[in-house]
Ligand binder design. Sequence first.
Ligand code: 5RP
Length: 273
Amino acid sequence: MDWGMRNRMARMFPGGTDGNTVMLAVDHGYFMGPTRHLEDARATIAPLLPYADAIALTRGILRTSVPPSSTTPVVLRVSGGATVLKEDLSHETITTAMRDAARLNVSAVALSVFVGAPHEHESLVNLAKLVDEGEEAGIPVLAITAVGKELEKRDARYLALACRVSAELGAHMVKTYYCDGFEKVVEGCPVPLVVAGGPKLDSDRAALELAHGAIAKGAHGIDMGRNIWQSAHPVPMLKALRAIVHDKATVPEAMDILDGAKARTAAQTAARA
Ligand code: 5RP
């Protein structure tokens, strides 16, 4: 790995590439439109940005909703072309040139790969080409594994397949979902794995448990969105997740951090009123 690529990886993984990262995912609008609590992306992002090791988003939200003075590393989503209005979400292509990613000074580019979906082949070829371009530019590639609808989305066998195929095609990092048997997914993937949170869970505790399970089983961090900014307490939630990812906090310890941060936020709000 050349210096530029290593430097970008180090920025996203503050404890080194053997360490962990807390990525804040706010890229949902590229196919879901104005997702709940992300309607005003700038307002959602601003209070969370200081607590994220990296932020994952599209160039449209980066240019409109993140101040250029920000030093938080950017993971730029560069695939798209389908929306939730169509059956087949796998019909994606590369929507942002590597030159624009370099111009935006990003730390990584990200695309979805759709294993087991109608456009599996295209998405895997997109990944391979993006890796070639990323190697040339010194920009790492994050493969986001989306498994086709017809397969069990959270089945370790399929997630392991999707992650391994992505790594074999050259992805420098892979994002996947937490599942039963997650250690099998980690075991078969030779590059750092981060986990998405998926749709909002019933409670903040459930999201903390998900993160804790993933880290305990070998994930190198999280790339989480809805379970942070759709929580009633986004900043306390992000602080609690950081404690799990970076400080090996248990779930009860993370809940204490969450409750403490909630109480401080409530006191500050009352003082301002
Ligand atoms: C959207 C994505 C999201 O970044 C990913 O799913 C993480 O967000 P969440 O935790 O809300 O699932 O890839 O396509």
